[in-house]
Design a protein around this ligand. Structure first.
Ligand code: MLT
Ligand code: MN
Ligand code: ZN
Length: 310
């Protein structure tokens, strides 16, 4: 199984269009120790030929230009794409708007929970995806499904599971109580398995906390790609970028007693990689104390173009 990180940044990317924080200014200036990052997406393939996108980033066109595997190539018909399926983990802008860049008349299968597919159905701009070419397939929580396109298996099995989290920002309903209208399953993680070899990894780009159920699920995993939005819960507030904490945004922090590094420390996960990294996160400065601490704790920090083989 081939895994390629197409975009390692959170919503907004790195640098973010309107941001002049220390990190964004640094990467814009081309300072050493910084690399730009596009918004959240991972590509996976069993055979290196047919690819599945885990989330479709607003930067998809740029990502495909940088990743020949997912661009048209070889002897196929002049109009074709190696992207045979897209699996959505939520309705966030950074995870669904790339679908609009896939509107050019090529067939692929679109997987999401009923809630996310309902959000797409309610937004008629997504009707630009021709339903005859792009079937929308419901992902049922806890029911593994073999990914396929046009009747051909892609050799990968995906299981969706609910993780602590919330609905997309633009769906928040302030009148709906403290959960803002979020329901169980509005944030999901994915377990992706090679249907033949059984090799498997977890992809969890948005997660508010690691509860007992999630910890048990991740124990002994070969590979976990995990929400690396923030290093500290209040870092955006402290930097004057936002009034929101990570907890308010539905994102666990890397550090702290209830952070992801502590939560996964004793789970015997073979490889841990942070994805969906926000531009405010000090780990994006390769010479920072925080970067060193994350590396010492045994985590990798994803970058665009990172490749992993399982
Ligand atoms: C998030 O992960 O919190 C969202 O992607 C934020 C956004 O909509 O940019
Ligand atoms: Mn996001
Ligand atoms: Zn910034």
């Amino acid at each position: 199984m081939f895994i390629k990180v197409l975009g390692s940044a959170a919503g907004g990317g790195f640098p973010q269009i309107n941001c002049n924080c220390r990190n964004c200014a640094g990467v814009r200036a081309g300072l050493p120790g910084f690399r730009s990052r596009t918004q959240s997406s991972v590509a996976v393939s069993r055979d290196g030929q047919a690819w599945v996108l885990l989330n479709a980033s607003p930067d998809l066109r740029q990502q495909v230009a940088a990743a020949p595997e997912v661009a048209p190539h070889g002897q196929a018909a002049p109009r074709h794409s190696p992207i045979k399926a897209v699996v959505l983990t939520n309705g966030d802008v950074d995870h669904v708007t790339g679908l609009l860049s896939l509107r050019e008349g090529v067939a692929f299968s679109l997987y999401g929970t009923d809630r996310v597919l309902g959000t797409l159905a309610a937004n008629t701009i997504f009707n630009v995806l021709d339903a005859r070419l792009v079937p929308r397939v419901p992902l049922e929580i806890g029911e593994p499904i073999e990914l396929a396109n046009s009747g051909t298996s892609l050799g990968l099995t995906v299981e969706a599971f609910a993780v602590p989290g919330k609905i997309a920002l633009y769906l928040e309903d302030p009148g709906a109580g403290p959960k803002l209208g979020s329901q169980d399953g509005d944030a999901i993680g994915l377990r992706i398995a090679d249907s033949t070899s059984g090799a498997a990894f977890f992809y969890i780009p948005a997660c508010a906390s690691v509860d007992d159920a999630l910890a048990a699920r991740l124990r002994e995993a070969q590979l976990v790609l995990f929400d690396g939005t923030l290093y500290r819960d209040d870092e955006m507030v402290a930097q004057g970028l936002s009034t929101k904490t990570g907890k308010r945004m539905g994102h666990i922090s890397m550090s702290g007693a209830d952070g992801s590094m502590a939560a996964l420390q004793d789970l015997n996960v073979r490889r841990r990689v942070f994805v969906h990294i926000n531009n405010s996160n000090p780990v994006l400065r390769e010479d920072s104390v925080e970067h060193a601490k994350v590396r010492e704790a045994g985590w990798d920090i994803a970058f665009d173009g990172m490749e992993i083989r399982l």
